[in-house]
Design a binder for this molecule. Structure first.
Ligand SMILES: Nc1ncnc2c1ncn2[C@@H]1O[C@H](COP(=O)(O)OP(=O)(O)OP(=O)(O)O)[C@@H](O)[C@H]1O
Ligand SMILES: [Mg+2]
Length: 247
């Protein structure tokens, strides 16, 4: 289990994450909701342990081991991975080499083809292509999803896998998330798409850096839609936000 215990993250004297308590279990899917700027990507970086994103307070525990001060490489070795909201485009590698981490990830050609098909990329058209600026934003995201499938991570944070991907492909993302969870991965899904969030087992709503609410995705999505769209009262208790919106 991966646990964030009273995690705070401050940058330039500004608290971006406050008192975050979350637990993530293998084989389960978690949806993280929140308006733009709520702190979702920052949370993803803190979980991944990116340079400059160590919590200023609190602990991160992986199966009881304190990994708070572990660099990204150590976390990756333990099976934690992150799919960026805006993946870098230039690697100069052929897609086939990119997907196998230059041969380090031992996967069969069949597995590679299946992963590409699952994300809607025809292997015959893409395997020999370079991962460079000529790939469109949506293609790049699909490549990232394929690489996550092949990596078989224990914990994966997908930061808006749906952004830049055409609306018809929501089912494809669902399918990938299901496959990851079935194979035992824990998927932490950051998304603005209701239909994707509703497929999760549990949901957290972030608002100005705090967990405003958590629970069943249906309940969280309804609250989010009713209260967060035009909210002028960040981090106010539920009832009050509801009342003021009705007023
Ligand atoms: N290194 C930093 N220093 C100071 N402020 C930052 C830093 N990184 C992010 N922020 C601010 O912290 C807040 C949270 O940013 P974050 O990128 O985590 O939001 P988000 O929930 O992912 O939003 P979006 O839905 O737009 O992707 C924003 O107000 C952002 O401007
Ligand atoms: Mg973000």
């Amino acid at each position: 289990m991966l646990a964030l215990v009273d995690v705070w993250y401050e940058s330039d004297g500004k608290a971006i994450l406050k008192n975050i308590n979350m637990t993530f279990e293998p084989g389960k899917v978690y949806a993280i909701l929140g308006t733009n700027g709520a702190g979702k990507s920052t949370l993803a970086y803190v979980i991944m342990g990116l340079e400059g994103y160590r919590p200023t307070r609190g602990r991160i525990l992986l199966d009881g081991e304190d990994i708070t001060d572990f660099p990204v490489t150590e976390r990756a070795k333990r099976g934690i991975t992150l799919m960026w909201q805006e993946p870098a485009r230039f690697t100069g590698l052929k897609l086939k080499d990119y997907l196998t981490l230059g041969g380090k990830n031992k996967v069969s050609d069949e597995e590679i083809k299946r992963a590409l098909e699952m994300v809607g990329l025809n292997p015959h058209l893409y395997l020999e292509r370079l991962v460079d600026e000529k790939l469109s934003g949506g293609e790049r995201k699909r490549v990232e999803l394929a690489s996550v499938i092949l990596l078989k991570p224990k914990y994966v944070v997908l930061d808006e896998p749906d952004s830049g991907i055409d609306i018809m492909s929501v089912d494809m993302i669902d399918h990938v998330v299901e496959e990851l969870a079935e194979k035992g991965s824990c998927v932490v899904l950051i998304t603005h798409r209701e239909e994707i969030a509703l497929k999760a087992d549990h949901s957290y709503l972030l608002c100005r850096g705090i967990v405003l609410k958590e629970g069943h995705p249906g309940e969280i999505v309804s609250f989010y839609k009713a209260s967060c769209d035009k909210c002028d009262h960040p981090n106010e208790p539920t009832e009050r936000v509801g009342e003021e919106l009705r007023a």
